[in-house]
Ligand binder design. Structure first.
Ligand SMILES: NC(=O)c1ccc[n+]([C@@H]2O[C@H](COP(=O)([O-])OP(=O)(O)OC[C@H]3O[C@@H](n4cnc5c(N)ncnc54)[C@H](O)[C@@H]3O)[C@@H](O)[C@H]2O)c1
Length: 241
């Protein structure tokens, strides 16, 4: 069988790592791309992380992304743009650096990594971007700029799907609701905390990282061979009411 390699940016994070494990378990070769400190913080020798490859990568730097393309070499079956950060930007507290960093990591980072890797994604491959439910609602007061970057990923996904369709490369956007991960102070502030988020989802709970990962694996696979240019919310019905 031909090796199916997938790069997962933000791959040392909570959702990124779940995606890497799910891909590995489904027979893909998962490569976690992340900042050096994030890579260093993971116990790669642990059984649950076995056979996951990694590369140091800063999605805000074209130089760093190009170096990863060169170091890793070869062809790719897929790319998952999962690196992302959230900072509170409530009016009056909108810190210039936070705004800039969110655009650079979440939106420009997604476009930058895709631009660098697209030439080495094989025909028939797939890209999955990780958006967020915050791109499609306004309830998380203070998440305005974050939500805007994530809504931007939706538009970027559509355009990219059109550009890559001639090479039969599908591009989709998975937009998670609130997922079980340690909440940063900004996330806790804008979301009101886990309990409040669980109540707001019509399923009455927050999601598990693996529930996002399963959808990503499906969209990368040939089982999703006629799905492209879509945004799929994995949010437990967070915006259903
Ligand atoms: N956790 C949630 O509830 C939730 C909900 C919706 C969307 N998301 C999105 O899912 C993705 C993963 O989130 P998570 O909850 O696993 O957070 P996380 O903080 O655990 O993971 C994010 C990863 O991105 C990496 N990263 C940050 N800046 C980077 C850079 N410049 N270059 C390379 N990597 C960088 C971090 O080091 C980290 O490992 C993000 O895009 C986030 O916006 C998360």
């Amino acid at each position: 069988m031909t090796e199916r390699r997938v790069l997962v940016t933000g791959g040392a994070g909570v959702i990124g790592m779940a995606i890497c494990r799910t891909l590995r378990d489904a027979g893909w070769t998962a490569v976690a791309g992340d900042l050096a400190p994030a890579i260093a913080a993971v116990d790669w020798a642990a059984a649950e992380n076995a056979h996951i490859e990694r590369v140091e990568l800063d999605v805000t730097s074209r130089e760093s992304v190009d170096a990863a393309v060169r170091t890793l070499g070869g062809e790719w079956a897929g790319l998952v743009n999962c690196a992302g950060i959230l900072r509170d930007t409530l009016l009056g507290r909108t810190v210039e650096d936070n705004m800039r960093l969110m655009f650079e990591v979440n939106l420009a980072g997604t476009a930058r990594v895709t631009d660098a890797f697209a030439p080495v994604i094989r025909e028939g491959g797939a890209v999955v971007n990780i958006g967020s439910v915050t791109g499609y609602m306004g309830r998380f007061v203070g998440a305005s700029v974050y939500g805007a970057t994530k809504a931007g990923i939706g538009a970027y996904t559509t355009y990219l799907a059109v550009e890559l369709a001639p090479r039969r490369i599908r591009v989709n956007n998975v937009a998670p609701g609130v997922i079980r991960a340690p909440m940063s102070p900004s996330m806790a502030l804008v979301s009101g905390g886990e309990e409040s988020c669980a109540e707001q989802a019509i399923l009455g709970r927050i999601g598990e990282p693996e529930e996002v990962a399963e959808v990503v694996e499906f969209l990368l696979s040939d089982r999703a061979s006629f799905i492209t240019a879509q945004t799929l919310l994995v949010d437990g019905g967070f915006i259903a009411r």
